[in-house]
Design a protein around this ligand. Structure first.
Ligand code: ZN
Length: 371
């Protein structure tokens, strides 16, 4: 087994507006580039893994703590980076070499096996997927219809006989966006393998959105007593009974705050605003929630939706629903249709049934835009 796996991660990722360079962002529970590295290791088909990196990104590499992997400074272009890696691995005399873009973390191990198998009888093997769109070609002013059955989008990893690719890389000094282009231009034997839908390229921050959803749960209960004010969801409610609490005793906002903190993995409301602290005596819960909202915004979290159960015999929620939802939508800066509020009773059972307490439970879904 003398195969090398090259990962290209030296790009400037201009289309990617994040402080962290693209290969090093968090993606599906790990650093983006590590998904590819781990798969190369897991496949047990490679004796060496070499990564082309941007030399300005060294500090991120150190954090990865990888000892099985070699790093090579990338070049100005993708082709330069590939060439640097191919030259670097020359000393290992590899038989086959895979070249892969770090921005494609979702390929399967099976794809590696299929590419390697196809390489036995070919100079290169590459994964491709067929176009689902109808394609047009504009040549000067003339527009042509293209037969989409004959159009393929190439993916990576791409597999090559090392000698063949190396020779072409040295001979042809031109920028290519994938390595198979060299073999195709030189009429070498290439096998097209069925690629994978999920093996798409992470190009923009939007591509990361779907993988960044978190859920949090919140619960709160307050005693109901006469002669106290009642706040629900940030608004004052007319009621014969009010809530007892260190703050204004708003069970809905407390449960929402806890659900949000939970989803963002930032502890709980009691830790943040202690009921032992005089600072928070009689404080409005709207202020506490607004503080939490500011904090989560700084961490690039966005609320997807909030679902609320208020469990109480009094007051009746039906008539208050609209007002409460509007208030929460303003506090959380989300649209009203992202909030759902349900009024529940306990059928006169227990302390809630006897109008001694009011409880609230909330589930919040939160999305992290980027790190
Ligand atoms: Zn509370």
């Amino acid at each position: 087994m003398n195969n090398c796996f090259i990962i290209l991660a030296a790009g400037k990722s201009n289309r990617f507006l994040s402080k962290t360079p693209k290969p090093f962002i968090q993606y599906n529970g790990d650093i983006l580039i590590k998904h590819s590295i781990n798969k190369a290791i897991l496949s047990r088909k490679f004796s060496k893994i070499v990564i082309a990196i941007n030399k300005n990104h060294r500090k991120y590499i150190k954090k990865l703590k990888l000892n099985k992997v070699r790093f090579v400074n990338g070049g100005k272009t993708r082709a330069d980076s590939a060439r640097n890696c191919l030259n670097y691995i020359k000393k290992y005399k590899p038989k086959n070499v895979f070249i892969h873009d770090a921005a494609r973390p979702n390929f399967s191990l099976n794809l590696i096996f299929k590419l390697l198998k196809a390489l036995k009888l070919n100079d290169g093997s590459i994964p491709v997927i067929q176009s689902i769109d109808t394609l047009k070609l504009k040549n000067n002013k003339k527009i042509h219809n293209l037969d989409r059955k004959k159009i393929f989008f190439s993916q990576t990893p791409q597999a090559f006989k090392y000698k063949v690719l190396m020779e072409l890389q040295n001979k042809i000094n031109k920028e290519t966006t994938d390595d198979s282009s060299l073999l195709i231009a030189a009429n070498k034997k290439i096998k097209l393998i069925k690629g994978e839908e999920k093996n798409h390229k992470i190009t923009t921050l939007k591509d990361l959105m779907e993988n960044k959803v978190f859920y949090g749960i919140g619960f709160d209960v307050h005693r109901l007593v006469p002669g106290k004010k009642m706040y629900l969801g940030g608004i004052k409610i007319k009621s014969k009974l009010g809530t007892l609490g260190h703050s204004d005793g708003d069970p809905i906002l407390h449960a929402i705050t806890d659900a949000i903190l939970g989803a963002c993995r930032m502890g709980d409301i009691g830790e943040k605003f202690s009921d032992k602290s005089r600072k928070y005596k009689d404080i409005r819960s709207t202020i506490l929630l607004e503080k939490v909202m500011k904090e989560i915004k700084l961490k690039n979290f966005d609320i997807n939706n909030i679902d609320i159960n208020v469990i109480t015999e009094t007051p009746k929620l039906k008539k208050l629903k609209k007002k409460i939802i509007l208030s929460i939508s303003k506090l959380c800066k989300i649209k009203k249709d992202k909030i759902n509020l349900k009024g529940k009773t306990t059928e006169k059972l227990g302390v809630i049934g006897k109008e001694k307490a009011i409880a609230c439970e909330v589930i919040a879904s939160i999305q992290k835009k980027y790190d």
